[in-house]
Design a protein around this ligand. Structure first.
Ligand SMILES: Nc1ncnc2c1ncn2[C@@H]1O[C@H](COP(=O)(O)OP(=O)(O)OP(=O)(O)O)[C@@H](O)[C@H]1O
Length: 395
């Protein structure tokens, strides 16, 4: 919902404001680049105007641009605004026009913020609220309604932001993902299985500014083409949040490794496989200058993810393994997957064979796993990582 004469989108970012000037400027530039790429990816016109602590996108497609900004990491909220002169009468007229266009019954409120030195305007923010509120009330009466103000939970809310040179009127603050602009942290390798959890984990790292290098370990007969396709689809959905950043999917062939482990390792096979995957991720990270690995694991969610077993798998790599879902309940991870759009891809039935043993070890020791797994397991991981296929992903 936006004012009829909306000509720009006001983009707010949260955490950047508390950084030093130098860091903030760099992050704001990255955010502007990412917004530019997001608009291009969606074929939306817009001129980005970078101001201190906020950005404006001047556009004649306010709805689409608001949605694009609200999908961009680092953005806390976005509003399609009508720009007007910073006078009480112009602001009141714009509020009245917006009411005529958008009011659909119920209570209303006007919330105003005035910024700048007191000398910038001969009125206060409460003056804007009372003059604006009167204009809105009169418009509702003209429309045959009964104007009732509710400052706590209005059905229809209008906002005014009045600055020294311009005033902005809007009816919505569309929430963005928050976090930091993508590209303001060093990259990490994301182990993406295509299940519900790992795309969410990768998205969370992206939200904090770290680009991800997605890696899928192909399980051969234990996975199959649908399993691979599912992983690819989740990465395509993630890539839509990251235009301008390369999310090509590395596919590492491991069918024979899984078959060997399944034959020889009994209750420890999942741990050896997880260690193989982390070693693959580390090899790719070293080559691509990435500084960590992200997985979808949550403590205790599966036998390979007990606190004891995580210690054993972690020992396969010297890189930090980020597990942003570690303490998050499955229902919450699933809600997030639905919100970011990866849930549907993740729940495609793949009919893949089960690698996990019927009685998996839940309290393994590193010594026992090392003794049981093939001596060359981690070397094989390194070799497989070198031979990987890279599938381009469009954003
Ligand atoms: N085939 C795979 N390729 C790449 N990474 C994988 C693969 N299988 C598992 N992983 C990584 O190991 C983590 C734990 O594996 P788990 O068996 O729980 O995966 P899953 O249930 O198939 O998928 P998810 O954890 O995404 O829901 C995953 O979150 C993912 O980061």
């Amino acid at each position: 919902m936006h004012p009829p004469d909306a000509d720009s989108v006001l983009v707010r970012h949260g955490e950047l404001g508390v950084k030093s000037d130098q860091v903030r400027r760099k992050m704001e530039h990255q955010l502007a680049d990412n917004l530019r790429a997001m608009l291009d990816a969606r074929d939306l016109p817009g001129d980005i105007d970078q101001r201190r602590n906020r950005l404006f996108i001047h556009t004649d497609h306010p709805e689409g641009v608001t949605a694009a900004a609200a999908d961009t990491f680092g953005v806390t909220s976005a509003s399609a605004v009508a720009t007007t002169d910073p006078t009480l009468s112009e602001i009141a007229d714009t509020l009245a026009e917006t009411t005529r266009e958008q009011y659909d019954g119920g209570t209303f409120a006007v919330e105003a913020r005035r910024a700048g030195p007191p000398s910038a305007h001969p009125f206060s923010s409460s003056d804007i609220e009372s003059t604006g509120g009167t204009a809105v009330g009169e418009t509702i009466t003209d429309m045959g309604g009964e104007p009732v103000v509710d400052l706590d939970e209005p059905d229809f809310e209008l906002f005014v932001e009045c600055r020294a040179d311009k005033a902005y009127v809007f009816c919505e603050k569309r929430a963005g993902p928050g976090g930091l602009p993508l590209g303001t942290q060093r990259p990490v390798v994301a182990l993406v299985s295509g299940g519900i959890d790992s795309p969410v984990a990768a998205w969370k790292l992206m939200k904090r500014g770290a680009p991800v290098i997605p890696v899928y370990v192909d399980l051969g007969d234990y996975g199959g083409p649908d399993h691979r396709a599912r992983a690819r689809s989740t990465v395509e959905t993630l890539a839509a949040y990251a235009p301008g950043h390369d999310l090509s999917l590395s596919v590492v062939d491991a069918g024979d490794v899984v078959a060997d482990l399944s034959e020889d390792l009994g209750s420890l096979r999942m741990l050896a496989l997880r260690r193989f995957m982390l070693a693959v991720a580390e090899a790719i990270a070293r080559e691509r200058d990435a500084v960590g690995i992200v997985t979808g694991e949550a403590i205790g969610q599966k036998s390979s993810q007990t606190s004891a077993n995580i210690a054993v798998t972690d020992a396969a790599t010297t890189l930090p393994v980020h597990r942003p879902n570690l303490t998050v309940d499955k229902s919450e991870i699933t809600d997030r997957a639905r919100a970011i759009g990866t849930f549907e891809d993740s729940t495609i039935d793949t009919g893949c064979n089960r690698v996990a043993p019927s009685h998996p070890e839940t309290n393994a020791s590193l010594e026992a796993v090392r003794a049981a797994e093939p001596d060359d397991l981690l070397d094989r991981a390194e070799a497989r990582a070198r031979d990987r296929a890279v599938v381009p992903i469009e954003s």
